[in-house]
Structures are given as structure tokens and as C-alpha cells.
Ligand binder design. Sequence first.
Ligand code: PAF
Length: 300
Amino acid sequence: MAIKLVTTVAELRKESARLLAEKGGSSQGLVPTMGALHSGHASLARTAVAENDVVVATIFVNPLQFGDAVDLDRYPRTLEADMALLDAEGVDLVFAPDVDEVYPGGQPLVRVTSGPLGEKWEGASRPGHFDGALTVVAKLLHYGLPGGPAADGTTAAYRAYFGQKDAQQLALVKRMVADLNFPVEIVPVPIVRSEDGLALSSRNRFLSDQEREAALVLSRALRLIESRANAHQPLDLDSAVALVDSQPLVELDYFDVVDPTTLEPLAENCKETPFRGEGLAIIAAKVGPVRLIDNIPLDS
Ligand code: PAF
């Protein structure tokens, strides 16, 4: 394996500086993850490798963003397989710290507050989740800064890669970086789906065969909305909701069409009159014991 594993921030900085100098590089990409990697993460890594001279992936299961200790405990830890996947994509360095390295004094007293954007949709059913996620993302973005200058002495470019699957997290990270002036470019990477349409997620492994089949209704309902948007028809959300409700194993939490930046629902008239413009159809549902989210961008 060419990829290298480091567990401390000091080693990360040293290795980043070494790699930039060795490769004569002028850019560094960061791929923050919680491990349990699948093809969706591979796509993040591949995009980062294509666009940067040095690529660092982080693997850290962040206790701050879990409401429930059981969920935290049962979160899959698959470091060896994760390293192999990242190595195959050409990632240079993996930073996999333990909890004490990231939170040396215990849980931080001062945290990033996600504000109203973090309280709706996913935030409504997972109170505190986005504050915890943004707090660790802020730290990871700092850790992942290029450890040295570009080969020509200028500041190395710095980009961080986030999946569009977690649309609310992506919107919040972009907003935090803009509002708090983080020196990093946030690069969104499209959702990866299995052939039958299911959006890849580390939670899919908890679905039974029957639940997995039932879960397909989420992407089917989103596709229905997308096809209406592309045809400039009214989105008729109610009939798409009815499609989801017809599946007994699926308990719908929310399904709406929102502004991609503010995540505010689009005006009712976009749903009832021919759709034009940009939007994001978002859905969340429990399928058996597993909560799934999915979304599809609309642009017509
Ligand atoms: O999307 C994730 O995997 C996590 O929320 C992140 C961004 C790595 C922060 O823990």
C-alpha cells in the first residue's frame, strides 16, 4: 500500500508538508469521513485526487454528532477495508485520530452553532446533530490545511470534498465557511446510487432484503418529481407522497422541494404551476429500523 496512516495532528502536518514538497505540489484536497466507506466515498476520493496534488482523507467517528450512545457504538469501524479503498483511489494520507486527539480536554465547551438552518429537516429529528457535525468539520478543516507552501512558494490551494447526499450538511458547511471566512473551497460531489436507484449509505447494511426493496420507493418518488420538473409540469408533490405512503414498510418523515441554499420550501405555486428554475427535492423516511435520506437537484 502506498497510502500512509497518521493518528496525530502533528504527524498530519509534517506528512502534508513532506508530500507537497516531494511532489512539487500546489494543492491539497481533504476528504472528511467517518469511515465505513462505500462507493460514494470512493467517488469523493476520486474527485479529490483528480483535482489536487496531495489528498488527505480523515476517518473519525465523531461522538458529538450522535444523539444516541447506542448509535455511536454500533457505527461500523472498518479501518483496514477503508484504507484499501482510499489507496485504490490514489489518496496519499489517512488521518484517523482517536477521540482524545480531537477532544483533548473532553467535549468542547465552545462549539459551532448551526442556527436556524440546522434546526429544520434532519435537525428537527436529530437535535444538536448539526452543531456537533459542524464543530468537528471546523476542526478537520483546520487540521487539513496544507502543511507547507506550494512548490513555487505561494500558498497551496485547499479544497474539501462533501457528498451531496447529505444536502443539509453540505449547505451548512458552505454557509459556515462563507460566514466564518475559512480559507478553503468546498466542493460538492454528486450522490452515487446502486443500479436500482438506492442512494449509497453506510446505513444500507442494516436493511433486510425486504426493507431494501421497499426503500427503492424513495428514489422512485424523487425521480417522479424530477421528470415533472424537466417537463415543466406542476410538481404535484401530493401524488409523489402518496406513492411513498403506498409502501407499508416505509414511514415518511418529510418530502419537500426546497431552495438548495436556504433549504426553505419553494413557494406553493412552484408545486402547482409549471416548474421552472432551481430546486432540491428532499426526502427522509424510516424503512424498518433504518432512517434514510435522499435528494435530487432540480434544474429546469
Ligand atoms: O458526513 C460525514 O461523514 C460526517 O458528518 C463528517 C462530515 C465526516 C463529520 O463528522
